[in-house]
Design a protein around this ligand. Structure first.
Ligand SMILES: NC(=O)c1ccc[n+]([C@@H]2O[C@H](COP(=O)([O-])OP(=O)(O)OC[C@H]3O[C@@H](n4cnc5c(N)ncnc54)[C@H](O)[C@@H]3O)[C@@H](O)[C@H]2O)c1
Length: 252
């Protein structure tokens, strides 16, 4: 048998945002590496498509993660049925572009609830030993805009830079429980989120954004590989790290 250092046979993970983009690509790769998955998203049709492409046993959970009260009971219920999980990835997220003077409290709160607060609720569940195995890995997905600034981006940047603080604090708090916590900060990836932004802002936008990445725009699988590494035993001495996966965007 060939040696696969990031093989994930007999591992179980929960992936949010699994109906589309990065979450979908992450789910497919993890299943190819042998992991069984709980796939969470608000979009049921998208979840069904992802499940068809997964190679191993996957269960879907249709859930609006901005509805904070529902997260714990729904996720605990499905984990009790599925078995303890070895890790989780919080990929569900929305973007919010608005010039400062139009920044809206209600929209900002909604962005925060999904992109940021859901990560805290999911981590709480994961620390319950009835829900997770002895050694675990939590991975959040932030953005280059958690690290560097851009115009009209305070709401999204707030939600993603907050994830960096959460990552570092939880890494320290949860190390004694043998739970690692890391975060991947992607540059622009050609997913539905990016395509809808490109459609809104016209043809120059696509080229201008591409030019900001020395290695060009990313593909979802470029991020998925790093996530698989962070969930695997190969990264067992990595915690509290923010890993930029951005084609060189933030190196400039
Ligand atoms: N695409 C990029 O260029 C890019 C760059 C940096 C960071 N990111 C981050 O990566 C993550 C994934 O983005 P993507 O590009 O795959 O986007 P996407 O829009 O393709 O996927 C996001 C998923 O989140 C789900 N979702 C939205 N609201 C939800 C809710 N209330 N409850 C549950 N699920 C909900 C959507 O249904 C969708 O399946 C996001 O956190 C995003 O901020 C994306």
């Amino acid at each position: 048998m060939s040696f696969n250092p990031i093989g994930l046979n007999n591992k179980k993970f929960l992936i949010t945002g699994a109906a589309s983009g990065l979450g979908k690509s992450i789910s497919i790769l993890l299943s190819q590496l042998g992991a069984e998955l709980i796939l969470v998203d608000v979009n049921e049709n998208g979840l069904d498509d992802t499940i068809k492409l997964c190679k191993t046993n996957s269960k879907k959970l249709v859930l609006d993660l901005t509805n904070t009260e529902n997260i714990r009971p729904k996720i605990e219920e499905i984990i009790l049925e599925f078995g303890k999980i070895d890790g989780l990835v919080h990929s569900a997220g929305i973007s919010y572009l608005s010039p400062l003077k139009f920044v809206d409290k209600e929209i900002t709160t909604n962005v925060f609830l999904l992109n940021t607060y859901a990560a805290i609720e999911l981590s709480k569940i994961f620390t319950d030993r009835n829900m997770s195995t002895k050694e675990g890995s939590i991975v959040f997905i932030s953005s280059i805009y958690g690290c560097v600034g851009s115009v009209a981006n305070v709401g999204y940047a707030m939600s993603k830079s907050a994830l960096h603080g959460i990552t570092k604090s939880l890494a320290i708090e949860l190390a004694p429980k043998k739970i690692r916590v890391n975060c991947v900060a992607p540059g622009f990836i050609e997913t539905e989120m990016f395509k809808s932004m490109a459609n809104n802002f016209g043809p120059d936008y696509y080229q201008n954004i591409t030019n900001l990445h020395p290695l060009g725009l990313g593909k979802a699988e470029d991020v998925a590989g790093v996530i698989a590494f962070l969930l695997s035993n190969m990264s067992k001495w990595i915690t509290g790290s923010i890993i930029n996966v951005d084609g060189g965007y933030t190196a400039q």
